[in-house]
Design a protein around this ligand. Structure first.
Ligand code: ZN
Length: 459
């Protein structure tokens, strides 16, 4: 039996290896990935500067001249790295973007140390394994590979690893570069995070290309009260006012609808899916409301694709165990469809809150960019490589439900596309959550996918 089985097993291994970069390049990408993951670049407590420096050291060792490497940013601990791989200059550059800050992760919330790259059961675990240090590591590893192979593109390839994507703080690397060093990152178009491969029950469904995205509004709900001694409670209680408002919000859903990007997405999904949901997805693409209700209920990701969402993410209140609260607040994080206005969301939220004791205010400035045009070269190339690597898997334009730094680039006139070729189970997305992970196979396949894609777009 063994002699019969062996050739089949070897054949399977060879087939798998074809979709992988060469061993030495896999090792390089893994080393860089590990190095990046193990640098604590938490958005509030950490620093992206060591990531930028680590990348710069590797690039210099690979022969990139110092004059083509830039490190700098808004403040010393929020540095960005920009490196230019020189082409003939016949065409305008392409920009490859990834952010190197991560959402905070506490050891006690995780099953393992979030700041160690741990390979277990076919997955890489660690904060940033999915969002967004895989793409950052792969951009650098692939650039080093092009250099070693003597690849001469017709356009410069620029890689920017940037700070402060998470939370959109005042030190955002893309915003800072656009304002202070635009010439370093100016490009015909950019590739970024925000589009990935979708899997369901181990099956690859689609390779997504993000062309537009929801935008973000954080609202603060605030109740103030004169308070008093907790031994003599009264019904007019700041925490109860807030709790009532949050309970009404929990039961509320924004209207379900599609736009041109999401209708195209659901039409493609209808072709890829099987079973009862297949017909519903096709109906959603046609605008059928009842089908939207069923599809939204079937998946948090589909729900978020079909409507603006607002959810409570933080609460705060009270000042002593034995005092009636004088203050209760909540942060409401809204992810808004591009076609819904700020005014619409604010008015709707106030109607849902329905309590004039609860003050509703917007927390920060709102950034919003246009959708990117469907570039023929990008979609044709991405489709061809996707179909070669994962036969039958469609390449699908999407609107992302989360926000990315692509919005700054789009607003500045650099069309941006979220594309990775990393595949994730769409019902087990762990970005920003505990035990964030990336399939080991998918990491290397994504490395190869992005290598081929950029090479083809730049040659
Ligand atoms: Zn991210």
């Amino acid at each position: 039996m063994l002699r019969f089985l062996l050739p089949v097993a070897i054949l399977a291994l060879n087939l798998a290896a074809q979709d992988m970069p060469p061993e030495a390049d896999r090792q390089l990408a893994r080393d860089i990935y590990k190095q990046f993951i193990e640098i604590k670049s938490g958005y509030t407590t950490g620093s992206t500067t060591p990531v930028a420096e680590a990348a710069a050291a590797r690039l210099q060792a690979a022969g990139f001249p110092e004059s083509d490497i830039f490190i700098g940013g808004a403040i010393p601990r929020k540095a960005n790295l920009v490196v230019r791989y020189r082409g003939t200059g016949a065409r305008k550059p392409i920009l490859l973007l990834a952010h190197t800050d991560v959402v905070e992760a506490r050891r006690e919330d995780w099953s393992m140390d979030p700041f160690q790259l741990i390979e277990r059961d076919g997955y890489f675990y660690g904060r940033g394994t999915g969002d967004d240090k895989a793409q950052a590591a792969v951009w650098i590893a692939n650039l080093i590979r092009y250099k070693r192979e003597g690849f001469k593109p017709s356009r410069d390839i620029i890689v920017a690893l940037t700070a402060d994507e998470e939370g959109g703080g005042p030190y955002n690397g893309v915003a800072w570069l656009l304002k202070n060093r635009r010439n370093l990152i100016d490009a015909e178009f950019a590739l970024n995070e925000g589009g990935w491969g979708e899997m369901s029950q181990g099956r690859k469904i689609s390779n997504d290309v993000q062309v537009s995205e929801k935008y973000l509004i954080d609202f603060r709900l605030e109740v103030r009260n004169k308070g008093g001694h907790s031994s003599m409670p009264v019904p007019d209680n700041a925490i109860y006012h807030l709790a009532g408002a949050l309970d009404r919000l929990a039961k509320f859903g924004f209207p379900l609808k599609t736009n041109s990007a999401t209708a195209a997405y659901f039409a493609a999904m209808a072709k890829a899916e099987s079973g009862a949901v297949k017909a519903d997805l096709a109906r959603v693409a046609q605008g059928d409301h009842d089908a939207m209700v069923r599809v939204a209920a079937a998946s948090p990701a589909w729900n978020a694709t079909l409507r603006t969402t607002c959810v409570a993410t933080m609460i705060e209140g009270g000042h002593a165990r034995n005092a009636l609260p004088q203050l209760a607040t909540a942060n409401i994080n809204c992810r808004v469809l591009p076609e819904d206005t700020v005014q619409f969301v604010e008015d709707t939220l106030k109607k849902v809150v329905a309590d004039d004791q609860v003050k509703v205010s917007i927390v920060h400035d709102i950034e919003k960019g246009p959708s990117s045009p469907m570039r023929d070269d990008l979609f044709k190339t991405a489709s061809r490589i996707t179909d070669t690597m994962w036969p039958g898997v469609p390449t699908v334009p999407i609107m992302l439900m989360a926000a990315t730094d692509g919005l700054y680039l789009r607003a500045a006139g650099i069309p941006t596309y979220g594309i990775q070729g990393f595949f994730f189970d769409r019902n087990d997305m762990r970005f920003h959550g505990r035990d964030e992970r990336m399939s080991v196979t998918s990491f290397y396949e994504g490395q190869k996918f992005l290598y081929e894609l950029v090479k083809s777009l730049a040659q």
